[in-house]
Design a protein around this ligand. Structure first.
Ligand code: SAH
Length: 281
């Protein structure tokens, strides 16, 4: 698929991307079918596309050949483009009269530094627009069969980043360890053992269900479930690799019944649906 089918009853097109304008576009967690109509339209109007590793190959495959692609992501060690350099590059491209699309995994404003990027554009008087995307919490949980706020189990859902600062996680642990709440941790792969241990230390039962999802919504989706006591070890045994999303709370238990994505044969079964996890009981 390289463009929208003509027979879909789509809303009339919004104003096209203007010369010298930047669109900050959320692409969702990877499945190209989770792109918004607006995201796809803008991607196809761009002269220059800036992207990073969180934009899935399947989404990159939707781009036409006409646009120039510039990789601005973090690559192994060296070729990291600093945030300031990305911001400046966008200003330069827009000033040169290009129609620029900056693709962001998930939603640009949820742990995506989208705010910083458009602050710079705003400061330089560059015209811009923001297109929201399905954030990983919503998309990955849906495809993993975990209803984040099922009312029998949770009355709130907290999104946090587990990005390590100076080797420790700098989080408000008492607020995270509240019962009746679902916790979703972005960028928590490295800190998983610490996250689980701290939550137990601050009062959550060790038997609290927890899941870690690699490459959610994509053909390579893998889900490992367990409890706060077992998840870190199970994730290590399964040799998961980032990007992963961690979900903690009683809602994780529902996956046993609701794991539709694997059942439909769209992804390998990480933990088979319907198989109770002995450590959960
Ligand atoms: N703006 C993005 C988040 C960027 S931070 C959003 O709204 O989703 C990057 C983190 O997002 C990753 O470390 C991981 O925790 C999570 N993430 C993004 N896509 C994911 C996916 N397909 N599967 C699992 N986790 C994902």
């Amino acid at each position: 698929m390289s463009s929208l089918p003509e027979d879909l009853p789509l809303p009339p097109p919004a104003a096209p991307l203007a010369a010298g304008e930047v669109a900050l576009v959320g692409t969702g967690p990877g499945d190209p079918e989770l792109l918004t109509v607006r995201a796809l339209r803008l991607m196809q109007q761009a002269d220059v596309i800036l992207y990073d590793n969180l934009v899935s190959p399947a989404i990159m495959a939707l781009l036409g050949d006409a646009a120039q692609r510039i990789y601005v992501g973090k690559e192994r060690s060296r070729h990291t483009m600093r945030q300031e350099a990305i911001n400046e590059l966008m200003v330069d491209l827009a000033r040169a009269g290009h129609r620029v699309v900056r693709l962001k995994g998930g939603d640009p404003f949820i742990f995506g530094r989208g705010g910083e990027e458009i602050e710079t554009l705003s400061a330089h008087g560059i015209r811009f627009q923001v297109v929201p995307g399905v954030t990983a919490a919503a998309g990955v949980a849906a495809y993993a069969g975990i209803p984040l706020t099922h009312r029998d189990y949770a009355h709130s859902c907290l999104l946090v980043t587990g990005h390590l600062r100076d080797g420790t996680m700098n989080l408000d642990w008492p607020a995270l360890a509240r019962p009746g709440q679902t916790l979703v941790c972005y960028m928590g792969f490295q800190g998983l053992p610490e996250l689980c241990a701290k939550l137990v230390e601050h009062g959550l039962p060790g038997a609290t269900p927890a899941a870690i999802v690699q490459q959610g919504t994509q053909p390579g989706q893998r889900v490992v479930t367990g409890t706060l006591e077992t998840l870190a070890q199970r994730a290590a045994q399964a040799r998961l690799a980032p990007p992963t999303l961690i979900i903690v709370g009683d809602v994780v238990r529902l996956r046993e019944k609701l794991a539709w994505f694997e059942q439909a044969g769209r992804a390998p079964a990480g933990a088979p649906a319907g198989t109770p996890d002995p450590a959960d009981s």
